[in-house]
Design a protein around this ligand. Sequence first.
Ligand code: GTP
Length: 369
Amino acid sequence: MKAVILVGGQGIRLRPLTCTTPKPMLPLANAPFLLYVIKLLKTHGINDIILSTSYLPEIFERHFDQMSLGVNITYVREDEPLGTCGAVKNVENLLDSTFIVFNGDILTNLNISQLIEYHRKKKAKATLTLTSVEDPTAYGLVPLDKTGHVLEFLEKPSWDEVTTDLVNAGTYVLEPEVLRYAPQGENYSFERGLFPTLLEDGVPVFGFPSSAYWLDIGTPKKYLQAHHDILEGKIALNFEGEEIKPQVWVGKGTEISSEATIFGPAIIGNNCRVLDHATIFSHTTIGNNCEIHEGARLEGCVLYEGCSVGDGAVIKNSILGKSLRLGKKVHVEEIAVLGDNMVVSDENYLKKGIRIWPETKIEAGKIQF
Ligand code: GTP
């Protein structure tokens, strides 16, 4: 069976991280997120993967060409983004039997084999994976009848319209024939376009309610949560590193001062240096080749590779892109997101969801909120 993974979006909500790296290629526990999706597919015997790219396509091609993953990857570039269903219509010529579609930004441990079996048993033409959410009014709801048929698609309903907490989880099994309902070369979505059209035409569309772990990593808050959930073991992921003490995983060549303190769960990549009196509090992920200087304190944050954190700096619940230089006593807190190659000189306070573009240089003491 073939899988189409949709990876063409611009990931605007995760800027500035996505200014330089497409969202599915952002690191998750120090490896590209998409790698986990590909491995999950492979676990369920799906080795034929079509990557539908549009934004920064060469980054996918460059990375996966070099890796021997044991899967066959076909890259298809869109000149203009065609939307979720338009992107699949665009690769229709490669699809000649039942196939699966994955959004490239969903972290899940979904049992894909069960999903496919359900689709076959129901003789469905389209099966949508559904997940339950706490606040159904923020999503498109998908109520089902007793046999699992989708009854309707309710976009962002008011509370009195809510009859289910099941929402579209962005993973579908489809028969190629449903694509004849999709226009060629036009921007077209599954959610608002194809699926409602199939229902109108009486095509059997089924829902597969799943209690698997499910998280859309598309905002800084959710992206941090994905890391925290992995560290807490809410979803089992095979990330690299040796467990040097309970729940502290450290990569090769990393040196940690005996005067530094680390509280797990935490991940520290390869060839890092953690200097005297630095403290790594729990839920922290540090990429390869990072330096954490004396007395710095990190908690609940994600640092990409090549970052240097100055003496006495504090980083909490925030995301640092690649190769950042933070001076002494810089504070980065409250879901701040800093782009690649920034230089932040001493004693700046970057807080309250601040987002700063890659390459920006901030002089000492300039930002104090
Ligand atoms: P935002 O800009 O932050 O909304 O993120 P996004 O661009 O990724 O959009 P969204 O989260 O709605 O997309 C869900 C999935 O579909 C992601 O994996 C996207 O990469 C992918 N996607 C969205 N639009 C397109 C498109 O036009 N073409 C292709 N090939 N993939 C798309």
